[in-house]
Write a protein that binds this ligand. Sequence first.
Ligand code: GTP
Ligand code: ZN
Length: 203
Amino acid sequence: MAKAKTKKPQKVAKPTQAEVEEAVRTMLRWAGENPTREGLIDTPGRVARSYRELFAGYEVDPRAYLKRVFEEVGGYDELIVMRNIRVVSFCEHHMLPITGYAHVGYLPSNRVVGISKLARVVHGFARRFQIQEKLTAEIAHTIFEVLEPRGVGVVIQAEHACMTMRGVNSPEATLSTSHLIGAVRDDPKTREEFLRMTMDHHH
Ligand SMILES: Nc1nc2c(ncn2[C@@H]2O[C@H](COP(=O)(O)OP(=O)(O)OP(=O)(O)O)[C@@H](O)[C@H]2O)c(=O)[nH]1
Ligand SMILES: [Zn+2]
């Protein structure tokens, strides 16, 4: 595996609401629009509100979702796989949507999390500017580090609007990424089972 750069993103001061709205007006003028016409007058405020929602991942710590665990599992020790978690993310190169599905699984070591928390972790990292590889790895590492299961697997299949609606214009292209850790990566039987439960799943 190539050595990943792990430089922490620098904290930068947040612009004001007025500054964000002015930036949107600048983009509209740049596109050729008149931002004072009736249909556009409230657009900068709407864009700011909608971005607040789409980039809510910066406000959350996905690790916190995995803190509550259940240990009464009746000896359950097989793979737990949540499929088809809707992914809505944003490509950090073009600020265009990445949409698709994540399949998240882990092999528990005598404790489990509430299943909704797997989707919460996905959304927490997805609602940021991303590349798909990093999104996949962040989800897997977080589950592995906080829950301490025997293994983790994350598969994401997604479309990149920057490829489907512009640039290379390949509307049907989807990108598959996977990040496997521990027994899901190293135990051939577990790996095969996880990949069978996820990879053959089409949308
Ligand atoms: N590895 C990776 N690349 C991505 C992802 N999302 C978008 N990209 C790519 O990021 C690259 C940015 O390349 P540039 O050549 O700087 O950008 P560009 O001139 O707009 O490239 P085109 O999209 O080919 O028109 C493009 O090849 C995108 O397809 C992602 O999640 N992972
Ligand atoms: Zn892109």
